[in-house]
Design a protein around this ligand. Structure first.
Ligand SMILES: [Ca+2]
Ligand SMILES: [Ca+2]
Length: 243
């Protein structure tokens, strides 16, 4: 029994802490409300089984084919050749202001990883879309979709090709791309800070994107969706709540 206890203690000590290149104390990001290091395996390798209350879109968008694979202590996400939509990997949480951190790896130039902040209870938008932070080998995109392309009235006008000039200008003001090469094939650390109407992203400790838009201030962010159109790997996901 004592040996087992020692083994457990040793394992706990060996679990790597969330390390950041920037020597910032994480305390100022608020209360840590969720952490996942993906140090587990499925009971089978035919279907998605990410565990820890993650859900995936594979039954709905890919005929139930496996698209989310726990491997070597991280989560590999890919979109099956028969899928009709980017794979979505979802977890509930709740904050108004807070920080989401994770490690990610993109293996190909076409790869990207979208962090889609969601509130399925928000009825003015399509499918709960509030805003996105998207990383790709070319840089980071920040986009308010709540008051932009996912607003139901804007979405309908867009589908009918009836956007006014003013609406087009408004949509252009809801997103910003921050170019910066992000090396493929290696792990990076991403932090996304949400504070009122400001969204900020750092990669490997470098503040590289900051943008303000009204949708970021939505009071209840209640779900994160990781959206992957090709492939992406994630690990050491953390969520801190400030408010
Ligand atoms: Ca891990
Ligand atoms: Ca696996």
């Amino acid at each position: 029994m004592t040996h087992r206890l020692l083994l457990v203690l040793c394992c706990l000590l060996l679990v790597p802490a969330f390390r950041l290149n920037a020597a910032e104390p994480t305390e100022k990001w608020g209360e840590l409300i969720f952490a996942d290091d993906f140090e587990r395996t499925e009971s089978q390798e035919l279907k998605d089984e990410p565990g820890n209350e993650w859900t995936t879109s594979s039954d709905k968008t890919a005929g139930g084919n496996k698209q989310v694979d726990l491997r070597d202590g991280y989560l590999f996400i890919y979109t099956h050749e028969t899928a009709n939509h980017a794979t979505s990997v979802r977890h509930e949480f709740q904050f108004q202001n807070g920080t989401l951190g994770l490690k990610f790896r993109l293996d190909h130039e076409r790869d990207s990883l979208k962090l889609n902040f969601t509130d399925l209870g928000c009825k003015t938008v399509h499918a709960g879309h509030l805003f996105d932070a998207v990383v790709s080998p070319k840089g980071v995109l920040l986009e308010d979709r709540k008051t932009g392309v996912m607003d139901l009235k804007i979405r309908a006008a867009r589908a009918e090709g009836k956007l006014t000039k003013a609406q087009q200008q408004m949509l252009a003001s809801r997103k910003k791309f921050f170019p910066m090469p992000i090396e493929t094939g290696v792990w990076h650390e991403l932090l996304v800070h949400v504070d009122r109407d400001v969204l900020q992203a750092t990669v490997d400790g470098q503040p590289m994107a900051e943008f303000s838009a009204p949708g970021f201030a939505h009071p209840t962010k209640t779900m994160i969706r990781l959206l992957v159109p090709y492939t992406a790997s994630v690990d050491e996901l953390r969520i801190w709540r400030r408010q």
